[in-house]
Design a protein around this ligand. Structure first.
Ligand code: HEC
Ligand code: HEC
Length: 460
């Protein structure tokens, strides 16, 4: 684990972390009478308590550094200093309707996702959800197996609800992923639209992407490979990760709509101040309905709805999220055929062309080929460094096709855009970039002039 950082001056914090981990283990063992992976049915997923970050665009100023070990939440303070709005779930308590909203949100989450011991996706009495869940391999039996394995292998980093704050997490850089925003970095999904013509709410991974991450780990980070597990366990873990991500994202939208103060929401509330909760639920419903029908009539939906409005909206949103994952799975990116002959060495002109494109589109972030990259905020409110591309360590995989996916799709939650392949011949452009990236760390693979420019006198 090369990136694990230990800071001896933070002994008190580290001791507290160990005690919490120790108590958790003892607690589980005392309750279940056996290993730490058994969990009683009374254990429930905690509701989100940390702030939600909604970065519509990256803040103008770079973060001052990585947060120190043990203090990952410090990056949120830096964002707040830059006036980036942070939404705190505890702000709900100040609203007269807040506690009711929270309770309703929680009961929807429990109804549709169960508990760590009895996980599910979609209550059994909703056939539309059950069909989609089955399509995504999210049956209760699969999830129970995944949950069991998750407690053994993932919980100490990714946490009970997938919040990325397990007992080990605060000392790792990069931090274990918070799954609860439904965002992933390493995806091979082609850009696509939903039936309605709308974009998916987030760039979704394919199941194959989760499986790749589990088989290979994320190189250069503490996220290990789980290739030694049985394939059935890896499959179950992919399903359980999806369960946590979908649960977390439904919660995320449920909290965001309660708290966000964008101009449109504020205007709607102003017209009807005594019905703020209803207005906010209606805004959530319109987002939930648009996946199937851009003209969906929210007022008609509301008039027809007999039960609580937020619940109805969240259930439609859950259907949308499941639909988005199922649609993503059918939209694999198909790489353009490599125009260079496979049985000959990569021509030096291809590498030189790749460098030219890189200098226009990539050096802004990957300054000095990534050796002098400035830090950036990511969509979780954390800090990330654009990769040093002179070192051949790639989180998302080292095969040419992995680099192809990164270049052609970008890394959405880190603000890395897809390469612009509009002008000229896209197949040449994208493969030139991949060939350049693959040669970049190895001086002897680069044309002489480029080698001197990038590596000085070094030969290897
Ligand atoms: C030692 C800590 C650690 C353990 C154990 C661990 N992870 Fe991770 N995981 C990480 C870190 C760190 C990242 C994020 C790396 C980054 O964003 O650069 C991550 C990221 C991920 C991602 C996101 C991939 C993407 O495309 O964005 C998935 C999915 C994931 N982990 C699943 C799992 C599962 C499932 C397990 C258990 C089988 C597991 N992890 C165990 C540390 C861990
Ligand atoms: C807006 C900033 C930005 C731009 C522009 C950008 N990148 Fe990145 N790139 C990043 C960040 C941030 C990361 C690190 C993501 C992480 O570690 O989680 C990254 C990581 C990478 C990686 C490593 C992927 C891996 O698997 O670890 C590659 C390769 C890459 N970028 C290539 C490119 C290329 C090629 C271009 C130009 C076509 C480009 N980037 C443009 C921000 C950017």
């Amino acid at each position: 684990m090369p990136s694990m950082i230990r800071n001896s001056t933070k002994a008190a914090d580290s001791l507290r972390g160990c005690l919490v981990a120790g108590l958790l283990c003892l607690g589980c063992m005392a309750l279940a009478g056996c290993g730490v992976t058994e969990i009683p049915d009374s254990v429930v997923y905690p509701l989100r308590s940390n702030a939600l970050v909604f970065l519509e665009k990256a803040p103008a100023t770079a973060p001052p550094g990585f947060p120190p070990p043990g203090k990952p939440e410090m990056s949120l303070d830096w964002l707040a200093e830059q006036q980036v709005p942070l939404f705190k779930p505890s702000d709900l308590d100040a609203k007269p309707w807040g506690p009711v909203w929270r309770e309703e949100l929680n009961s929807v989450l429990v109804r549709h996702f169960g508990s760590p011991g009895k996980p599910r996706v979609g209550a059994a009495d909703q056939p539309a959800l059950a069909t989609l869940a089955a399509e995504l391999f999210l049956s209760p039996a699969e999830l129970e197996r995944g949950s069991h394995q998750y407690r053994r292998s993932c919980l100490h980093c990714h946490g009970v609800a997938g919040e990325g704050a397990g007992a080990t997490s605060a000392w790792l850089n990069p931090l274990p992923r918070d799954f609860r925003q439904g965002e992933y970095k390493f995806i091979s999904t082609a850009e696509h639209k939903l039936k309605s013509g709308f974009q998916p709410l987030k760039a979704r991974p394919r199941r194959a992407d989760l499986l790749r991450t589990l088989h290979h780990g994320l190189e250069g980070t503490s996220m290990p490979s789980f290739a030694l597990l049985a394939e059935e366990d890896i499959q179950a873990l992919a399903s359980y990760t999806l369960h946590l991500a979908i649960r977390g994202e439904l919660e995320y939208w449920g909290l965001l709509y309660a708290l966000k103060e964008d101009a449109e929401t504020l205007r709607a509330i102003e017209k009807n101040p005594e019905k703020e909760a209803q207005v906010r639920a209606q805004r959530l419903i319109s987002g939930a309905l648009e996946w199937e029908d851009p003209e969906a009539d929210v007022e008609e939906f509301v008039a027809r709805e007999k039960g609580p409005l937020l619940t109805a909206g969240l259930e439609r949103l859950l259907e949308r999220l499941l639909r988005e994952y199922a649609t993503a799975d059918k939209n694999a990116m198909v790489p353009l055929a490599n125009p260079y002959p496979a049985d000959q060495p990569v021509p030096q002109t291809s590498i030189a062309n790749g460098l030219k494109i890189f200098q226009v589109q990539c050096v802004n972030c990957h300054a000095g080929y990534g050796r002098q990259s400035a830090l950036r905020f990511d969509n979780w409110g954390g800090v990330v460094r654009p990769a040093n591309l002179t070192i051949p360590v790639y989180k998302g995989g080292r095969r040419p096709v992995d680099l192809y996916y990164r270049v052609a799709r970008g890394i959405p939650p880190c603000g890395m855009p897809k390469a612009n392949l509009q002008d000229g011949d896209p197949a040449h452009q994208v493969w030139d970039l991949v060939h350049f990236l693959m040669a970049l760390p190895y001086p002897e693979s680069l044309p002489e002039t480029i080698r001197r420019q990038i590596h000085g006198g070094a030969k290897q």
